[in-house]
Design a protein around this ligand. Structure first.
Ligand code: PEP
Ligand code: MG
Length: 898
């Protein structure tokens, strides 16, 4: 089989469909080369070789691919007219990882590979630029040292050992910038760098280009199992056996003088989705200079440059002089680049994120990929591309990642609070949204407070985990394409980058701006949409949804056949869910209505009552409260079905456990403190999740079921008088035997009939059950004979199918996931293999008895896209989820049906 795929000069062995084999980057390089985009020639070692390496080890794998690699290098040599390791006319190469999906920063790149003390002379002569040659050499040793030889320091407060050597030399020379080093300085650096390598690793820096190449290839393979990659993989659920490909390409240089440069560009705006070509570049620089943020990048287009200047408060004369756009500075190259970006977007039919380099006036495209984007941009781009006839309606829907809609649905800063806000500085609006949190300066401390703002000079791939935890990310350096910006946008996390006015001191853990100092733990707020950095906490408010969002939702409803309801316990939640398009309520947890202060007292009296009479007395107090809640909810839902579940949780959750509260309760109830204590002790359970809860409560205390039923029916009748239709569906929780359901059903019917008689009026209502105990799933046909509907309580069903206590799983599930025992948390993503079987079976059994049985799901899984898809396949009538997840579920339901 072929293990090495070549590309270059309008030819390629592979193509873009071979992502699994060639990785995303390799597949795209092949495709680009084939369609006539000028990519530097090279080759891709397949992901399968990575897997072979993991099995066989280095030596065997080198044997397997040696001949193919030699041939591929020879191919590059002939296309570039130079020779790998040659003194006079050297070919230098880059080595990069490339998994089938983009994993930012999984492994750094090694550039300029092939240099040694002989080759450097050739490079200097060939380019006629000694400074450039030695600068390339020192960069190579630094990168190779860090990436391949593991030179990076362990301590987070220390900087890279090579940076330290450079800082030292800068001090000595009294200079500030890398560009101020003389040729002799660079030669000294190369010498010192090699010395540092020898000291730390005990080996000489490898001088044989082939040895360098093999070292880099193996390092890429190893990086697949490095901490960062494993974390990223786990975060996204990517399996370990995917492996990474290795891309080797001829080097082209953006740092060969003022006719060279390098940049990153996007075919549309990755933050807002606006259809404008945009990006950043630097003259006389290499790729990492643009993302590292050590120099201020310039904009590609004139429009972008003007917008940037406005944000950065740079005067027009200053802008035109020092920060001209590529469009202004090199109109010919810009025209060519603009042509390629149009071609690539049309070809891939998606927003592209491209990297390019100009070497001595010749433009090379280094890579293209579907660009990461914010949730808002995702929605806008999909709808715009549909309107531009680039993609179909269905494709537009499938372009939306349901879980990413989440970003659009969360609060933004309250405009009123924002008016009063004290803006202390401004950076680039790298990733929109609002974030308030306490300052932390190290990624591994991002969980130090509940809400944190991770503040760094610049971020690097090691910070990934902390960035994920933090509420927002703030960096002092770096442009819109810096690591922080790109990663934050991918995560949908608010981020401000390149806030140059900030002085960050890691040692003292402080942030200084305009003479004022802020310390770790101080509150700060970020407006990722404007770049404003605000002192203190700022209140947030509900988001405004864009027109495109509404269009996507409308399209979703056009294709979705399975309905989406919501889990809501209050009229307020019900209203929010309605505004998001919920088609009913799938679960009202009535116990949540009792948690308010004035209500819990009545509830406690009810629980502590010793006699039925005493209990009924307390329930009389609760009745009007429940009734008015139901009226509010029914009214909010305007005739849509509302599933009301009878009291579910263990009673001890309601009793006071603190002495103070016990004492005041005893006073209120005119009983002794002792009596309260005894009752509390009586209610204590060893295993509350499997204890006296669910219908077990209604069966031991039927008067509770009576009161709740009365509240539901009376509320519905009251609304009927006002001309509002209410469609209650009363649901019995935690049923495991038929008799349990029958007993509760009888109480409900009797009570309802009593109310109908009293009021001399009636309404339609249903009585159904939750299927959340495995035994209920097993006898679902029997239950269906009596129940009007089923609703899967997959929280409990998961608990009981796995035998993982919901209350205790947090202690071991993270370890299970880390060790790969479980791929994902089964309480978040429905376990289709096991729990799913129970759902399927119960649905089939239920419908075998009652073909039109209404079946839904109201466990947490109702808002998880993959679980929604499963529910669709299983033939459920609806899923029900929390209000903010309703749009996600609507889209997922549509996608399942497409
Ligand atoms: C369930 O068990 O899935 C459910 C919806 O009920 P609760 O989470 O209230 O137990
Ligand atoms: Mg439950």
């Amino acid at each position: 089989k072929t293990r090495v795929y070549k590309f270059g000069n309008n030819f390629a062995d592979g193509n873009s469909k071979m992502k699994n084999l060639l990785g995303g980057k390799g597949a795209n390089l092949a495709e680009m080369s084939a369609i006539g985009i000028p990519v530097p020639p090279g080759f891709t070692i397949t992901t399968e070789v990575c897997t072979e390496y993991n099995l066989l080890g280095k030596d065997k794998v080198v044997d397997l691919i040696k001949t193919e690699i030699e041939e591929a290098i020879f191919n590059i040599e002939s296309l570039m007219g130079s020779k790998f390791g040659d003194k006079d006319n050297p070919l230098l190469i880059s080595v990069r990882s490339g998994a089938r999906v983009s994993m930012p920063g999984m492994m750094d790149t090694v550039l300029n590979l092939g240099l040694n003390d002989d080759v450097i002379i050739g490079l200097a002569t060939k380019t006629g630029n000694e400074r450039f040659a030695w600068d390339s050499y020192r960069r190579f040793i630094q990168m190779y040292g860090d990436v391949v030889l593991g030179m990076k320091s362990e301590s987070k407060e220390d900087i890279d050992p090579f940076e330290e050597i450079m800082e030292h030399l800068k001090d000595k020379r009294g200079i500030k910038l890398d560009t101020e080093f003389s040729v002799q300085d660079l030669k000294d650096l190369v010498y010192d760098f090699k010395d540092a390598v020898k000291k730390r690793t005990g080996h000489d820096f490898p001088t044989d280009p082939w040895e360098q190449l093999w070292g880099a290839v193996i390092a890429v393979f190893n990086s697949w199992n490095g901490d960062r990659a494993v974390y990223y993989r786990n975060m996204h659920g990517y399996p370990a056996d995917w492996g990474t490909a290795v891309n080797v390409q001829a080097m082209v240089y953006g740092n060969m003088g003022d006719n060279s440069g390098t940049g990153v560009c996007f075919t549309r705006d990755a933050g807002t989705g606006e259809d404008v070509f945009n990006g950043e570049y630097l003259i006389n620089a290499q790729g990492e200079d643009v993302v590292a943020g050590t120099r201020t990048p310039q904009q590609i287009t004139k429009l972008g440059s003007l917008r940037w200047a406005e944000l950065a408060k740079v005067e027009e004369a200053e802008r035109a002089e020092n920060y001209p756009s590529l469009e202004e500075l090199m109109p010919e190259i810009f025209k060519e680049l603009n042509g390629y970006q149009e071609k690539l977007e049309k070809h891939y039919k998606d927003m592209q994120d491209m990297e390019f380099t100009m070497q001595d006036g010749k433009l090379w495209i280094l890579q293209t990929r579907n660009g990461k984007r914010t949730g808002a941009a995702m929605v806008k781009i999909a709808m715009d591309m549909f309107k531009q006839s680039l993609i179909s309606e269905k494709e537009a829907l499938l372009r939306i990642e349901p879980s990413k809609l989440d970003e659009l649905l969360h609060p933004v800063f309250d405009p009123k609070a924002l008016k009063k806000a004290n803006v202390i500085a401004q950076g680039l609006p790298a990733s929109p949204g609002a974030a308030t949190g306490q300052l932390v300066f190290f990624a591994d401390e991002a969980n130090k407070y509940k809400y944190t703002i991770l503040t760094r000079i610049e971020t690097s791939p090691e910070d990934l985990e902390g960035m994920n935890i933090a509420r927002g990310i703030l960096t002092a350096r770096g442009g819109m394409t810096s690591h922080a910006a790109v990663v934050a946008r991918g995560m949908g996390k608010c981020c401000i980058s390149g806030a140059g006015a900030l002085t960050i001191n890691y040692k003292t853990r402080t942030l200084k701006v305009d003479g004022k100092e802020y310390h770790e733990g101080d509150w700060i707020s970020l407006n990722g949409s404007t770049g404003n950095i605000i002192e203190g906490k700022v209140a947030t408010s509900e988001p405004e949804l864009s027109g495109e969002f509404a269009e996507i939702m409308k399209l979703s409803d056009k294709y979705a056949t399975m309905q989406v309801r919501t889990n809501a316990d209050t009229p307020k939640d019900a209203k929010i869910a309605r505004s998001f398009g919920a088609q009913g309520i799938g679960l009202t947890r009535t116990e949540h209505m009792f948690f308010e202060v004035d209500r819990i007292k009545a509830m406690r009296e009810m629980i502590l009552a010793d006699t039925v009479k005493g209990r009924k007395h307390a329930l009389e107090d609760l009745l009007p409260m429940q009734r008015s809640d139901f009226e509010g909810i029914f009214e909010a839902m305007q005739g849509l079905p509302v599933t009301v579940r009878l009291l579910d949780p263990p009673l001890h959750e309601f009793v006071p456990h603190q002495l103070e509260t016990q004492r005041s309760l005893a006073e209120d109830m005119h009983i002794t403190l002792e009596a309260v204590k005894i009752k509390v002790a009586e209610l204590e359970e060893f295993n509350p999740m499997l204890g006296h809860r669910g219908c077990r409560l209604g069966i031991t205390y039927p008067e509770i079921t009576e009161m709740q039923t009365r509240a539901v029916i009376e509320a519905a009748l009251n609304l009927k008088e006002k001309g509002i239709v209410a469609k209650p569906e009363i649901m019995v929780p935690l049923v495991g035997t038929l008799a349990e359901f029958e007993s509760q059903e009888a109480v409900i019917r009797e009570t309802a009939n009593k109310v109908f008689e009293e009021r001399n009026d009636r309404i339609e209502f249903l009585i159904g059950t939750m299927i959340e105990i495995p035994r209920a799933a097993l006898i679902a046909n029997k239950i269906a004979k009596y129940a009007d509907f089923f609703s899967f309580g997959t929280n409990d069903l998961t608990q009981m199918a796995f035998g993982y206590s919901r209350d205790d799983a947090g202690k071991f599930l993270p370890i299970y996931i880390e060790k790969g025992i479980l791929k994902v948390d089964p309480f978040e993503v429905l376990d289709q293999e096991g729990v799913g079987q129970l759902v399927e079976m119960a649905t089939q059994l239920g419908r075998s008895e009652k073909p039109n049985l209404k079946v839904g799901i109201c466990g947490e899984h109702g808002g998880d896209p993959s679980s929604v898809e499963f529910c669709y396949r299983t033939g459920l009538n609806y899923v029900s989820c929390s209000p903010y997840r309703v749009p996600i579920a609507r889209l997922a339901s549509a996608q399942a049906a497409i």
